[in-house]
Design a binder for this molecule. Structure first.
Ligand SMILES: Nc1nc2c(ncn2[C@@H]2O[C@H](COP(=O)(O)OP(=O)(O)OP(=O)(O)O)[C@@H](O)[C@H]2O)c(=O)[nH]1
Ligand SMILES: [Mg+2]
Length: 164
């Protein structure tokens, strides 16, 4: 059988993570960016019909987002719910914010994860930006943008791990 997979990047972080991926390393993978109105994307989160079309017929969907903002947090739950309802195998790989982004953002992220778990259950892979950076001493001196670059790579590696 010709397995098909799709990565759906949701929100700003989801979009950046998807754009940073190397398709040559991802096998038979399609990439879609979902974001809110006014943001550059393939599908808008409020276009429910388009969202269903994106999910339809795919063997496995990987939802990717940064937690703690609005679009990625709410959107990943919404997409997971639709995908599960359609009987599609659905994983979510999400990133928890840095501590310095504030308590409010972290709480929103944790709340989002609890909600997401309702839809994807154990198929949830969480990468803590804070833990990742503090576990690698060489990261300390890197600028913010490079940290995101490293985390984006980590998300890609997680998905590759899930594929094999
Ligand atoms: N890995 C990675 N994480 C990011 C990036 N940009 C933002 N983040 C993280 O993702 C979290 C959510 O940010 P965004 O994705 O920009 O937020 P959003 O989902 O678009 O939400 P709204 O814009 O508020 O609707 C942030 O708090 C950061 O921790 C990125 O390029 N890569
Ligand atoms: Mg955004």
């Amino acid at each position: 059988m010709n397995k098909k997979n799709k990565i759906i990047g949701v929100g700003g972080a989801g979009a950046n993570i998807v754009k940073s991926m190397n398709p040559d390393k991802m096998g038979n993978m399609d990439f879609v960016i979902v974001n809110k109105a006014g943001e550059n994307c393939d599908v808008r989160l409020d276009d429910k019909e388009a969202l269903k079309t994106v999910i339809e017929n795919f063997y496995t969907v990987f939802i990717v987002a940064g937690m703690g903002g609005k679009t990625g947090t709410l959107g990943s739950c919404e997409i997971a719910k639709i995908a599960k309802g359609m009987g599609v195998i659905t994983h979510a790989v999400v990133v928890l914010p840095f501590a310095f982004e504030g308590q409010k953002r972290m709480e929103a992220a944790q709340k989002g994860i609890l909600e997401l778990k309702k839809h994807v259950g154990n198929e949830l892979s969480i990468i803590s930006a804070e833990d990742f950076v503090s576990s690698e001493p060489c990261m300390k001196s890197l600028p913010f943008s490079d940290l995101f670059f490293e985390i984006n790579k980590k998300v890609q590696q997680r998905i590759i791990g899930l594929l094999t």
